[in-house]
Design a binder for this molecule. Structure first.
Ligand SMILES: [Zn+2]
Length: 300
């Protein structure tokens, strides 16, 4: 698989859960135009050509991405959802076009088999409605059923820990060094995920990107690999607010209301902009991490 295609797969994983409105974010504004290089993909590229469900890059034997629809006119209902918000799938029953005279039917099937045989994951978009696509991350074909259905399951392509361990084959390598490399890379990915959703400190709205810190709610050292990269296990914060949160001098209720440690003096509270009325924006998945923070980090 080409480097640029692998980068596109990474991008799918980074964008998991995002809703893209219009075709510009998927294949560029005009036909023939592409998306410019970005932080994920070093070349002009497209995520999908929006022509049919299967997207096979020209001249390549594999599917790079798949647009799942829930309409019955070609591919039919096929997504088994993993959560009520329909941001995650637990399985997709991917049916190639059912019309025998569809010219691309054969090449779609051949490409899907190629992905299956060679364990090549692909990006998945869900067409929520016309012009609205949600990125569902990556999937991999785990079987081809007798009725022609390819069963697709979620794929964690970029567990960077796993990949780095594979990449670093030198057995002489110092374990501490390796742990450090993995942590640094993990932090970068985590920050990118937060920067995708937010542009400013969640508390004071400071918005200088080079100073913003991707602050874990449940700290790195206590988190599982999945939790370490879960965008809901974090806030984007300025250095002062990151430190306060990290030291357990502030925390938040499930409603997002600030709870301030009694260790802070009124002067410090004022300087750091900590009013008792302060409230931050939260989503549901933040709550389990915040409850951990209140229990284990917060210093009353
Ligand atoms: Zn701040």
């Amino acid at each position: 698989m080409e480097v640029v295609h692998e980068a596109i797969l990474r991008k799918f994983e980074f964008l998991k859960g995002s809703l893209i409105v219009g075709k510009a974010g998927i294949k560029g504004y005009k036909s023939g135009e592409k998306l410019p290089p970005d932080q994920y993909v070093p070349e002009a590229h497209i995520l999908h050509n929006l022509v049919r469900g299967f997207y096979k890059p020209a001249g390549k034997p594999y599917i790079l991405s798949y647009q799942a629809t829930e309409s019955s006119n070609n591919y039919g209902e096929q997504i088994v959802w993993g959560d009520e918000n329909r941001s995650e799938f637990s399985r997709i029953e991917l049916a190639p076009p059912n019309k025998e005279n569809d010219n691309s039917r054969k090449s779609d099937i051949t490409a899907a088999r190629y992905n299956f045989k060679n364990n090549i994951p692909f990006g998945i978009l869900h067409k929520v409605k016309k012009g609205h696509n949600r990125i569902l991350g990556l999937g991999i074909i785990t079987s081809e059923r007798n009725d022609g259905i390819f069963v697709v399951e979620p794929f964690n392509y970029k567990d960077p820990f796993h990949t780095l361990k594979e990449l670093i084959k030198d057995e002489e390598i110092n374990t501490n060094y390796m742990t450090e490399v993995i942590q640094r890379r993990g932090q970068e990915i985590f920050k990118m995920k937060l920067l995708n959703d937010y542009t400013e400190c969640a508390i004071c709205k400071m918005d200088e990107p080079s100073m913003l810190i991707a602050s874990h709610i449940k700290p790195w050292r206590y988190s599982s690999n999945l939790e370490r990269l879960d965008k809901y296990n974090g806030f984007l914060l300025c250095p002062n607010h990151d430190k306060l949160f990290d030291k357990g001098l502030i925390t938040f209720t499930d409603e997002g209301k600030v709870v301030i440690s009694s260790l802070l003096t009124p002067k410090t509270k004022e300087i750091l902009g900590l009013a008792d009325s302060l409230c931050i924006y939260l989503e549901n998945p933040h709550k389990k991490y915040l409850s951990w923070h209140r229990e284990n980090c917060f210093k009353e």
